[in-house]
Design a protein around this ligand. Structure first.
Ligand code: FAD
Length: 622
């Protein structure tokens, strides 16, 4: 055993999405941080789909960004296609999604890590943790180097006891091409944590040169191109490219059914539960037997590679079945598979054994973040990493830990869900998990969190100045709109006539006008005076005025919800009819048949948002 001569305040184990955000957060707060990881070349590696964001997930990315984390900035540097999902719906559910060049993304993360003061990186597997009297003291690597620290953040992803499955073949691995963490997994199993198994999977990758794109539907990115970071600029983006859409068909489904006897999932070889919302293609065929096709997004893996990611056909079927099923799909008839799809089973820890700070209940100073807490997704991992790294740093500084409440951030929702309910399947974020989602929008994460981030020491001077300028500009513009009046029968009022289909009946200020569904900020802001040029400022002003009524109503609903906790639920209630409820909750409610709202709220996985949906449904039903 060799003792490394320097002592650290915080050690982060694992350089994936949780680990990199944890190490950066801790170092930004001014404490001496060490990132210990298997391989420096795989820092920030995307194990599965090279995409960041999407519904619910972009909210987390923007919150990480509001605290000056790396994920959104790296996405702007690596993003090769950006889209706003749910663009026609309300701002609460709008989400930015970026297809990333996995090499550029990784390079951007590494650049940020290598240029972060207070942060050192060391490449080697960690085999053990140093724990004395219930307090973590450091970590020991594979070759016996002991690193000492006041707190340790563990972010080992899918690597703990990882087993890779392709058909009935299986072998140990952390993800394809990487070794598993077997010794560390064994050590952790000797501790009092509750360890269970989960599984996730990935599709085969395909060589674009063997694909006929002419028979597929083209899916271009959005114009104007969105940015992910609040500090992002269009000039950060590399070249933008198209994605494509194709579909499975009945022949594909027959091939899959024919291979199920050699599927590790259906033959009982895999015991871990997989992600319900990102199911394998064999799962989809089985669960939705009446569907004659499933959509596949054909996504480029990068600008300098021919590899494609066929999003929607994650599978662990044997390779011969994979090849047949791929070649049965329109446009893939001649496809060459570059990497087979596979499933991976791994250890995760029951997150109910954690505090809201993500410190473990059994070992003081030891924090868990990312996939090991039962979540799936880069964004969920990054968000937890940021929180754990920040709290590990606070602890090292002998300060009180901090976490956001459910009404402050999706990060608060994520952690509260995990700790309150635990999880029996890989947990991913959705906007429906947040009961305060009109307040927790992706457009205002900086307004909600950057000030707190600055107070905690996470936010750089550059971001803080940028934020303060933006906040001031919003306030100024709001004041201007409140104090600028449009009188009826004036040239300004007439400009609105065609949009409103009627003349203004009386005097209105610009703030009142913007609340009308027919009018946007751009329609009214230039009527008198000048609209702001910064689209982020304009967006805030518009949303804050336009949705003020909805936001107030939501606050009332929350109040109402508290008062109605004891409302009875009829025994014959058909939960399939309750719109907005997840399938998971519909199934649980139908089987438990709770007698009251209070009873329903105690069902595992039930969220305040779901209770709210039940109340709305009951009200409509009367
Ligand atoms: P990871 O990104 O796995 O990073 C773990 C890091 O820890 C790695 O750098 C590793 O080298 C390091 N490490 C592990 N053990 C040690 C040790 N003992 N010593 C030193 N370093 C160590 N997510 C989705 O949202 N949808 C999907 O469909 C999906 N499919 C997936 C399919 C596969 C096959 C895999 C592997 C993952 C998939 N994911 C999917 C999950 C996604 O990759 C993870 O959620 C995300 O990467 C988790 O981030 P993390 O930081 O917790 O762990």
């Amino acid at each position: 055993m060799v003792d490394y001569p320097d002592h650290f305040d915080v050690i982060v184990v694992g350089g994936g999405h949780a680990g990199t955000e944890a190490a950066l957060a801790s170092a930004r707060m001014g404490v001496k941080t060490l990132l210990l990881t298997h391989n420096i070349e795989t820092l920030g590696q995307m194990s599965c789909n090279p995409a960041i964001g999407g519904i619910g997930k972009s909210h987390l990315v923007k919150e990480i960004d509001a605290f000056d984390g790396a994920m959104a900035r790296a996405t702007d540097k690596g993003g090769i296609q950006f889209r706003i999902l749910n663009a026609r719906k309300g701002p609460a559910v709008r989400a930015t999604r970026a297809q990333a060049d996995r090499i550029l993304y990784k390079a951007a993360i590494r650049h940020i890590l290598e240029n972060q003061t207070n942060l050192s990186i060391f490449q080697q597997a960690v085999d053990d943790l140093v724990i004395e009297n219930g307090q973590v003291k450091g970590a020991i690597t594979q070759s016996g180097i002991r690193f000492k620290a006041r707190s340790v953040v563990l972010t080992a992803g899918t690597f703990l006891g990882g087993v890779i499955h392709i058909g009935l073949e299986n072998y140990q691995g952390g993800r394809a091409g990487d070794p598993p963490s077997v010794r560390l997994a064994q050590r952790l199993r000797e501790m009092p944590f509750r360890v269970e198994r989960l599984k996730t999977g990935t599709p085969p990758r395909i060589d674009a040169r063997s694909v006929d794109f002419s028979v597929m539907q083209v899916q271009p990115g959005d114009t104007p191109t969105p940015v992910m970071s609040y500090m992002g600029q269009l000039s950060d983006h590399p070249e933008q490219v198209n994605c494509y859409i194709t579909h499975t068909n009945l022949k594909t489904h027959d091939i899959i059914r024919g291979g199920l006897d050699r599927s590790p999932m259906y033959s009982g070889v895999i015991e871990g539960i997989g992600p319900r919302y990102c199911p394998s293609i064999e799962d989809k065929i089985h669960r939705f037997a009446d569907k004659d096709h499933h959509q596949i997004f054909v996504e480029p893996e990068g600008l300098t590679t021919h590899e494609l990611y066929p999003n929607g056909i994650s599978t662990s079927l044997p390779f011969d079945v994979q090849l047949d099923l791929v070649r049965s799909i329109r446009g893939f008839e001649q496809a060459h598979i570059t990497r087979p799809g596979y499933a991976i089973e791994y250890d995760f820890f029951n997150p109910q054994d954690l505090k809201h700070s993500l410190e473990t209940r059994f070992v003081s100073g030891l924090f868990f973040a990312g996939q090991i807490n039962g979540t799936t997704g880069y964004e969920e991992a990054g968000a937890q990493g940021l929180l754990a790294g920040m709290n590990a740093a606070l602890m090292a500084q002998e300060k009180e830990t901090w976490y956001p409440r459910r009404d402050e951030a999706y990060i608060g929702v994520l952690v509260d869900d995990l700790i309150t309910h635990g999880t029996s399947e890989p947990y991913r974020m959705f906007t429906s998990r947040a009961e305060y989602r009109l307040i927790l929008r992706e457009d205002n994460a900086d307004m909600r969190l950057t000030e707190k981030g600055r107070e905690l020491g996470l936010v750089s001077d550059e971001r803080w100045q940028h934020f303060e300028r933006k906040r001031e500009a919003i306030e100024l513009e709001k004041q201007r709109m409140l104090s600028t009046w449009i009188q009826p029968s004036t040239p300004e009022a007439e400009q609105l006539n065609t949009k409103l289909n009627h003349p203004l009946a009386r005097e209105y200020n610009l703030a009142d006008l913007i609340k009308r569904p027919e009018l946007t900020y751009q329609d009214v802001a230039n009527l008198k005076g000048q609209a702001v040029e910064d689209i982020a400022v304009a967006e805030q002003v518009e949303v804050q005025f336009k949705y003020a009524g909805y936001i107030d109503r939501q606050s009332e609903e929350i109040e109402h919800l508290r008062r109605q906790e004891h409302t009875q639920l009829p025994d014959d209630l058909d939960y399939q009819q309750v719109s907005g409820l997840s399938n998971e909750l519909r199934t649980k409610l139908s089987s438990v048949r709770p007698v009251s709202i209070a009873h329903a709220s105690r069902i595992q996985g039930m969220t305040p948002a779901a209770i709210s949906l039940l109340l709305i449904y009951l009200k409509k039903r009367k």
